[in-house]
Design a protein around this ligand. Structure first.
Ligand SMILES: [Zn+2]
Length: 211
């Protein structure tokens, strides 16, 4: 993880990220343990990292297709992931990309996974998950992405609900208009209590009334 190039300015551009990815990809070497660790997924990722010209073109296409979504002022996600989100696909169905490397490997992965792998030049393991620091699964902006465990990913999922970003892409609940066919909650809307607000369950039916 040392000496990896990262853009310096606060709001990096696509060009900045392509430069960063180019530097990291060209400096990449397989880990001395890579033969021991080999899995199908690692093979696929390595095929990307060993073809920087092909991969950089793919990365450029993916980043250019993303839509910029301005950060919401005073929103909690600005702490960990400041700036606009770059969205591709939706929260419930993030965009995927089909890969065909020059050495003949074909596979599909999420755009956010591709962006993370190529900008960091990292081969991820089976249990590594690309996390969204901005709680927005549609986001592919490289500095809004981080790698973590499956457990951290589940915590992110909880955090996303508390931040008002449900996986259905409703955004802040207060402002969202959700078409009926996308509503999972009952209609008319019934607020869902947070865990700690639920009334305590009655344990003993014989408990005397305190009137
Ligand atoms: Zn984002």
């Amino acid at each position: 993880m040392t000496n990896r190039s990262e853009p310096i300015s606060g709001e990096p551009t696509i060009e900045d990220w392509l430069t960063t990815a180019g530097t990291n990809l060209r400096a990449w070497e397989p880990s001395p343990l890579s033969e021991l660790l080999q899995t199908e997924r690692r093979d696929e990722y390595q095929a990307l990292l060993t073809h920087p010209d092909y991969s950089l073109k793919l990365l450029k296409d993916c980043l250019e297709k993303a839509r910029k979504k301005p950060a919401r002022p005073y929103h909690i996600q600005n702490i960990e992931a400041p700036g606009d989100c770059w969205e591709s696909g939706t929260q419930i169905d993030p965009a995927r990309v089909s890969v065909k490397t020059p050495d003949g490997k074909s596979f599909t992965l999420y755009v956010y996974q591709l962006v993370f792998i190529l900008t960091r030049a990292l081969v991820l393991d089976e249990d590594d998950q690309v996390r969204h620091l901005c709680n927005n699964r549609a986001c592919v902006r490289p500095d809004h992405l981080e790698v973590g465990s499956a457990q951290q990913n589940r915590q992110d999922e909880e955090r996303r609900k508390y931040a008002g970003n449900s996986p259905q892409g409703r955004g802040q609940t207060l402002h969202a208009h959700v078409p009926k066919h996308l509503q999972l909650r009952p209609d008319p809307f019934v607020p869902e209590p947070l865990e700690r607000e639920r009334p305590p369950r009655k344990i003993s039916p014989k408990k005397p009334k305190d009137k």
